[in-house]
Design a protein around this ligand. Structure first.
Ligand SMILES: CC(C)(COP(=O)(O)OP(=O)(O)OC[C@H]1O[C@@H](n2cnc3c(N)ncnc32)[C@H](O)[C@@H]1OP(=O)(O)O)[C@@H](O)C(=O)NCCC(=O)NCCS
Length: 316
């Protein structure tokens, strides 16, 4: 079995890569939406990649190195069902680990579906679960427009709603970045630093992919008290993705979370009728956000787990 780097893949390699991922997913979780070839082509441009070859491509790994020092790298490994339990996954993990060591990265994370072979695989290699995420889905057609209107009209006094597409308007950039910082909580080693530049960069990244970023915020005076972001991908506009939603600590308990999310839903229904579903992830212990989403009609789809390991503990 050879392991080769494919950082600049040919179209044939991308298609073979895509076939491995689809076969691996079909084996474990057939109910997952299949990775499209368009998404595979986009993925193929980004991170570092290796493939295990045995005549055919038996398995693949991609590695997103840390975006800045101190943050964790991220890996994703896929092995065709007929090649499992033969050490292919371990060999692919080892080559990604080499790269992380060469870059001096301390930790690595992987996000996997609960109840699949990825769990014993990662645990066998020293990863531990650091976060459980519930994936939730809202079918827009199930939302009663009158109830939505009532929620939007029930905003608390002395707050007002603003909304924008793409990059935050210049006059709100500082206040919006401050709300992002408040959301992130106490400084953590691998936490992004949010400032006005970072906020702009994130919006530009979404635009560069050809996707649309929608933001609704609740203002209190000049401060952004809470906000919610949704991205509509050009490759899959039917299923919009919820990005961040947060309410600053001093403004909590006034139903601002449900207010901004209801306003977002109403906006999307009018502006992007092709959006039929909205997908979101909530940490298992985020009681408030889970309650807001349940009230809006989000239903639970599946459970993901985030695993983390020290690079020093990974196979060589
Ligand atoms: C997870 C995955 C990559 C493992 O690939 P693999 O080639 O079968 O892994 P390996 O053969 O190197 O397994 C190494 C060890 O992991 C553990 N392991 C792997 N699969 C297991 C399973 N189904 N049940 C129990 N233990 C398992 C075992 O300890 C195994 O060693 P052993 O076979 O000597 O007992 C593969 O199942 C897969 O492609 N899953 C779908 C994609 C996915 O979820 N990827 C996320 C991973 S980052």
């Amino acid at each position: 079995m050879d392991i080769i780097a494919i950082d600049d893949p040919t179209d044939a390699q991308i298609l073979e890569w895509h076939a491995v991922v689809v076969a691996a997913q079909a084996g474990d979780h057939a109910d997952l939406p299949t990775l499209s070839q368009t998404s595979a082509r986009m993925l193929a441009r980004g991170p570092r990649k290796w493939a295990a070859l045995d005549g055919v491509m038996a398995g693949v790994v991609w590695l997103r190195p840390p975006v800045e020092p101190g943050r964790a790298g991220e890996i994703d490994i896929h092995v065709r069902p007929e090649y499992r339990r033969g050490g292919v996954g371990t060999a692919l993990l080892a080559v990604a680990a080499d790269e992380l060591r060469a870059r001096g990265s301390g930790t690595v994370i992987a996000q996997v579906l609960a109840g699949t072979p990825a769990v014993p695989f990662l645990e066998a290699h020293g990863f531990r679960c650091v976060l459980t995420l519930r994936e939730l889905l809202l079918r827009v057609a199930d939302v009663d427009p009158d109830r939505l209107r009532a929620l939007v009209e029930a905003g608390p006094p002395r707050y007002r709603l603003v909304r924008w597409t793409g990059t935050v308007p210049a006059e709100l950039a500082g206040a919006f970045a401050a709300a992002k910082v408040a959301m992130s909580g106490p400084a953590a080693a691998d936490q992004l630093r949010w400032d006005a530049d970072r906020v702009r960069e994130m919006a530009e990244m979404v635009a560069k992919r050809g996707d649309d970023l929608y933001t609704v915020a609740a203002l209190h005076g000049d401060a952004v008290a809470g906000f919610t972001e949704v991205v509509v991908e050009s490759a899959n506009p039917a299923r919009a993705a919820q990005y961040d939603t947060a309410v600053s600590p001093q403004h909590r308990g006034r139903r601002l979370g449900i207010w901004v999310k209801a306003a977002m839903l109403e906006w999307l229904r009018a502006e992007r009728p092709e959006v039929t579903e909205i997908e979101t992830d909530n940490a298992d212990d985020n009681r408030h956000m889970l309650a807001v989403n349940a009230e809006l009609g989000f239903g639970e789809q599946r459970e993901y787990r985030e695993y983390q390991a020290e690079v020093a503990d990974l196979p060589v």
